[in-house]
Design a protein around this ligand. Structure first.
Ligand SMILES: [Zn+2]
Length: 465
């Protein structure tokens, strides 16, 4: 298996620390809002990576955090905690915000067939772990206390600039705002490990610590959660390119200073999701979530396919035109596959093996999923493959691609049809009463039953998918 490693800036043959076992850590969501589809793209790539590793025989232990404290609205330690801001915004408590958006996050990843990581741990559940690491960093001289906050001293970690490939001056430009705002840091790139002094009065999330009542910095949580569940040696750490600096850079600095040895061998990052004007994010452009795609009538798996059609490291340009193209491709694939009737024939061994080899060669080559989609069409067209061979291959491919290519036997019996008709009628009524939000909920409910609806001049068109 070959993967592009951000740390070495090259494609490398992957080797795990322990034979047959991969320890993988993936940064999770900050649960103050719905996940943006740009974030979902990263989770899809991580899911493909995990499933590929499993497909080729590794036992994967994967951990993800849920950030429910410490992620400031500005990466340079100067903003307000995102969770607190959201609680104020929605006039509710931080824990309610966290619970609500964590559930929404699970719904989102489930809708695009992402397998939940083995272990998911909340930032607020690991406070003693942060304190243990910070204590040692202070004892060993890697951290200092200033203005009652604990900071990591980046000058003590010589390889600080390695992952980002940026130099000190370039990073200074990025941190310039910070220089004027936080004069308590020794170097502008130093980052907070523990805060007791907050310039915000209503810091609701606080814990006791040797340095006074306070709260952890954002970066420490991933290092601590990873070490708690996966030990001192990590094989793979993933995230989006935005995480490279400062988040992952800081994670490496504090983890390796704490451990006294190399921590993680492979750092894998996915590219941006752009629209024609540039990077799409929560704060930039249309705020797009899985829910908004579903509301527009798209099957969430169409978005998964769109992501898989381009390489995870490339920037992907999102547009509704691109979504419609992916939708056409998806429907074409699923329809063609649904027409294959399994004749229970013995499989064409040699040919099947060659398609499996092609599949493995692609996904093992830095996750070239786009190629595998092309092969799917080749399989469908190949007259030398009998029906059973085709279905066998599609099932194998879908173990990694997870596009639900072979629909589970759906019996459209009278009862189901009745239910669907009633829901459509109910929706028509709601629309007449201009209760659009409730009408949209029924659209979602129908989608879950496998029904796509389209409003036309002649009325509602029902399509079983
Ligand atoms: Zn992280």
């Amino acid at each position: 298996m070959k993967l592009y490693n951000t740390l070495t800036k090259q494609i490398e043959v992957f080797e795990s620390n322990e034979p047959g076992i991969v320890k993988m850590y993936t940064c999770g969501p900050t649960v103050y809002h719905y996940a943006h589809i740009g974030n979902i793209r990263t989770y899809i790539f991580e899911d493909i990576l995990e499933k590929t590793l499993k497909y080729i025989g590794f036992d994967v232990k994967r951990v993800m955090n849920i950030t429910d404290v410490g992620h400031l609205s500005d990466d340079s330690d100067t903003g307000e905690d995102k969770m607190l801001k959201a609680a104020k915004r929605d006039n509710t408590s931080v824990s309610e915000i966290a619970d609500f958006y964590t559930k929404e996050f699970y719904k989102d990843i489930d809708s695009v067939n992402i397998k939940k990581p083995n272990i998911i741990s909340k930032a607020t559940d690991n406070i003693p772990e942060y304190i243990k690491i910070i204590k040692k960093l202070l004892d060993d001289g890697y951290a200092y206390i200033s203005n009652n906050n604990v900071y990591f001293d980046v000058s003590k970690y010589p390889d600080y600039y390695k992952l980002s490939g940026l130099n000190k001056e370039e990073l200074l430009v990025g941190a310039r705002d910070d220089v004027s705002l936080d004069e308590h840091k020794h170097n502008p790139a130093d980052f907070g490990l523990w805060f007791t002094n907050s310039k915000f009065d209503h810091q609701a999330l606080k814990w006791d610590s040797p340095w006074g009542e306070g709260y952890p910095g954002w970066h420490i949580e991933c290092s601590a959660i990873s070490m708690k569940f996966l030990g001192e040696y990590l094989d793979i750490h993933c995230g989006g390119v935005d995480n490279i600096f400062p988040h992952h850079t800081n994670e490496i600095a504090q983890s390796e200073s704490y451990l006294g040895h190399k921590w993680c061998n492979y750092w894998i990052h996915s590219g941006h999701l752009n629209d024609k004007n540039g990077k799409m994010s929560k704060s930039n452009g249309e705020f797009l979530t899985m829910k908004s795609l579903i509301d527009k009538g798209y099957n969430p798996l169409v978005y998964r396919l769109l992501c898989l059609q381009s390489h995870y490291r490339n920037n992907l340009v999102f547009s509704y035109e691109a979504m419609d193209n992916a939708k056409n491709t998806y429907e074409k694939l699923v329809n063609k596959i649904s027409q294959i009737e399994d004749e229970k024939l013995s499989i064409n061994k040699e040919l099947v093996d060659s398609y499996i080899t092609k599949f493995k060669d692609s996904i093992e080559n830095d996750l070239n999923t786009a190629n595998t989609i092309t092969y799917l069409f080749d399989i469908l067209k190949d007259d030398n493959l009998n029906s059973s061979s085709k279905l066998y291959l599609i099932k194998e491919y879908d173990k990694v691609l997870s596009l639900d290519l072979i629909k589970k036997e759906k019996k459209i019996d009278n009862e189901l049809e009745d239910k669907v008709n009633k829901l459509v009628e109910k929706r028509n009524l709601l629309k007449k009463e201009k209760k659009y939000e409730e009408a949209d909920k029924i659209r979602e409910e129908l989608l879950k039953l496998g029904v796509q609806i389209k409003d036309t001049r002649e009325g509602v068109e029902i399509k079983w998918i």
